[in-house]
Design a protein around this ligand. Structure first.
Ligand code: MLT
Ligand code: ZN
Length: 429
């Protein structure tokens, strides 16, 4: 519908797999496992059935909100026995429709698993269950940087078996590195219920520079000076006259020393003509305001109309080529063709907007964007995963042998295929 986007199942090209349907007896069993946290109210379910971009929608009739690993285990054991499909859901902030059901999968939400279990000294890190908003809630209680390296997870397999590998060791080379298997698995191999995260101490001095440039290649040169998180794009007139902008954050322990280094760098780029416009902030509020310009781009785009989203890894020197190329190919059929992302990582978020969904725009974009990316030996999903929307394009970035091995691993760990069906791997013939 107009408010909620198209139902996922209309785009799936095949029907619901033969899973069981939730019965009154199932509801009673779940009520015993997670008393008071068995939700069937359609109004409450709405927020879990639709993704935050409001582009995909499922029709689940049941949301479960466990608090502990043991509860997750009991839920999965029941679902496995009964052949009920399960859609594990975290913050529901995904970009590829992986976090919402496609049909009537039972939604298993980790939202209530939001306590920091333990916090060790600086050499270790906090152990967080999955509901800790990635790990900013943990961060609120400890003085650390966000988004640090996850180490070992604890997870529950499809049949309810708990695999506890939680550890805060920095080095552990005993056997296969199983946690790597879970990174990128998007809830199709098990439900991660806790992770331990290594957090370096919070930097005492943070500076943010927001710089305009006439040429994005020049920004590439700037970034080779500093490795950081970046932005460029030309969609906002608010920002000034430059066609490209870059956001650079530096952090360190001595404000005076850091400011001196940053100022040297800025003098150099200004005098070289690489940068035509810019501002620097160390004040917490101004830093936040500058980051908001970057962080709210996706939200701004979703208000521009229908959005075709691509998340590509490309060689840095070709990073912007698709943007200029597609502006020509799409002409007035597109409202905006925008490129932004993480320049230091070679990660382009290519977003195209049109007034409404148009098969002709889609036909120009796909498979062209994927084929072009594959020719560059790039990735068709740099950081967003495959979920529901991109499951069919895995083959552009991985050879058939790798796909086959992934299917075999899925069959081994989830033989009934109950975990996040219709996601991540291409549909099997
Ligand atoms: C970002 O970098 O803003 C996110 O990955 C989301 C997006 O694609 O816009
Ligand atoms: Zn991103």
């Amino acid at each position: 519908g107009p408010s909620g986007g198209p139902f996922s199942r209309h785009g799936i090209g095949r029907g619901r797999l033969p899973f069981s349907v939730v019965s009154g007896e199932d509801l009673a069993a779940f009520e015993r496992i997670v008393p008071g946290r068995v939700i069937t109210d359609p109004e409450v379910l709405e927020a879990s059935n639709v993704d935050w971009l409001r582009m995909v929608r499922g029709s689940s009739v049941l949301l479960l909100r466990p608090r502990t690993t043991e509860e997750v285990s009991h839920i999965l054991r029941h679902c496995h026995e009964r052949n009920l499909a399960v859609n594990p859901q975290g913050g529901n902030t995904g970009m590829v429709g992986g976090s919402v059901p496609v049909f009537d999968e039972v939604i298993l939400s980790t939202a209530l698993m939001n306590q920091v279990i333990s916090f060790h000294d600086m050499s270790d890190g906090p152990v967080c269950p999955c509901g800790c908003g990635a790990p900013s809630e943990a961060q609120a209680s400890v003085q650390t940087l966000p988004a640090q390296r996850p180490q070992w997870p604890q997870w529950v397999l499809a049949d309810g078996m708990v695999l506890n590998c939680l550890s805060t060791l920095r080095k552990d080379n005993t056997g296969y590195d199983l946690k790597q298997l879970f990174i990128g698995s998007e809830g199709t191999l098990g439900v991660i219920t806790a992770v331990s995260i290594l957090c370096p101490p919070k930097p005492r001095a943070v500076s943010v520079a927001f710089l305009g440039s006439l040429c994005w290649k020049m920004l590439g040169e700037i970034v080779s000076f500093l490795v950081c998180s970046l932005l460029w794009g030309n969609q906002s007139r608010l920002w000034g006259q430059s066609p490209f902008y870059v956001l650079i954050e530096t952090s360190g322990s001595r404000a005076g020393h850091d400011a001196e280094k940053l100022n040297d760098f800025l003098e150099q780029v200004l005098s070289s003509g690489l940068v035509t416009d810019g501002t620097v902030a160390t004040d917490h509020l101004k830093v936040k305001a500058l980051w908001a310009l970057r962080e709210r781009i996706s939200e701004a785009l979703s208000r521009d109309g229908y959005v075709y989203k691509y998340d590509l890894s490309l060689p840095t020197e070709r990073l912007y080529d698709l943007v200029t190329d597609l502006r020509v190919r799409l002409g007035p059929r597109a409202k905006h063709v925008v490129g932004y992302g993480h320049l230091g990582d070679g990660n382009l978020h290519l977003n195209v907007t049109s007034e409404a969904f148009s098969p002709s725009v889609l036909g120009t974009l796909e498979p062209y964007v994927y084929e072009w990316t594959a020719e560059q030996r790039g990735s068709v999903s740099a950081e967003h995963g495959l979920g529901f929307k991109k499951r069919g394009v895995l083959g552009y970035s991985k050879p058939p042998e790798a796909l086959r091995l992934m299917q075999q691993l899925k069959a081994l760990l989830d033989p009934k295929g109950i975990l996040n069906p219709y996601k991540t791997l291409p549909a099997q013939a």
